[in-house]
Write a protein that binds this ligand. Sequence first.
Ligand code: IMP
Length: 463
Amino acid sequence: MRTNTIHPSSTLRLTSKRRNSIILEFLKEWIRQMNLIVIGTQWGDEGKGKIVDLLSEGADYVVRYQGGHNAGHTIVIGEKKIVLHLIPTGLLQPGKAGVIGNGVVIDPKALLEEIAVLSSEGISVTGRLFISEAAHLIMPYHQRIDLESEKTKGPRKIGTTGRGIGPAYADKMARTGIRVCDLYDPDLFREKLKTNLIEVNLILEQVYHAAGFDVEKIFQEYLTYAEKIKPYITDTARLLNTAIDNGKHLLFEGAQGTHLDVDHGTYPFVTSSNSAAGGACTGTGVGPTRMNEVLGVAKAYTTRVGSGPFPSELKGEMEETLRKKGSEFGATTGRPRRCGWFDVLQVRHTVRINHMTSLAVTKLDVLDGFPEISICVGYQVNGQILDEMPTDLKSLEQATPVLKHFSGWSESTNGVTSYEKLPHNARIYLEALSQLVGCRIDIVSTSSKRGETIVLRTPFPTH
Ligand code: IMP
């Protein structure tokens, strides 16, 4: 019996002209649309700031999607070094817009301080900075809880940046968070604050034996901030989707690294947000089918700040040398970074879970002059050799690295801008990294300066 139901195979009955026109439309849309997510492949501090700054030349909007002012993105322009914590790096390029998405947690005091620093450098964000009204706020009590909670953990402390990031995200998930939009409804804001402080003050005073907070004081302080940040507040999901509809190019700037991601990292020694590429969708309201490429940034070796397992970590003189040559001190807290060899298992995992389309390798020049360079290609755990990163903390903590050795190079790679000019052994090293992690290298950075970069393929268009 015939019915009026459209059979799925009816699409097959499209005329070839109609089919071609659909394909053409799709391709046109695909070519017009170029949205790139830049992520860290290790434990943060991979040098994303420089790479994002470089690529943002081709972007209309640079968008932060997670984290807060725990991040530290360092950019060197001429002789000047600028460290951004919360404001998207792209704002350093004239004419670009920067967006702080709903997935970011915002300390308004820190934000205003950063705006003031930029202003003193002659960089105005007026009309170029957009902040999500749905983003959650970091409140003064979040920072105090962060610090007190770390104290009680003793040797098992996470080594947080102490910025209140974890407690702010915890409130978001517990549905007690205060969002940017709440600031503009003073009665609701006061009510939420009052309710939260009942529990917060009990915890601070009775569990941590620390001072509690006064509702009115925070209320007045945050109303002042609200007034100052008002010009930047908007529905950023709508802004970004409209921008894509109009053929604009978006660059999503990840903070921290995939192995600090709360779901995919070395839990619990992680941050409290999704720093992996998936976070770019939830943290901005731009859907996955609108994303085109994922570029992962990896240091030519590995560093980590804070506690947690680090199988390829070096100790002693070698670590000191790497730290000194690479200036490996935290951009946010100034803490010395732990240093070790490049870990293939770690970055291969990152390539997989982000479905990375290419890799940017940074700080190659730091390895100049080492007679031998090693990379970690396996973990030995309880007499067994693993070629994948284990999920459980105990195995990771017990892992000792299986190393593969490469001859180093004596020539300087500092400032080299063409791949062919790299020493032979440096090229062998890079090609081995690319092959072992299973991802093409698009960019190699040979110094902290903007122009001193090898671009093999641009993963992002230039206007
Ligand atoms: P939190 O993000 O302050 O809660 O810190 C949690 C962990 O993430 C700690 O080990 C921090 O050192 C680390 N972390 C947070 N932000 C960054 C970053 O931007 N770079 C490197 N490590 C970070």
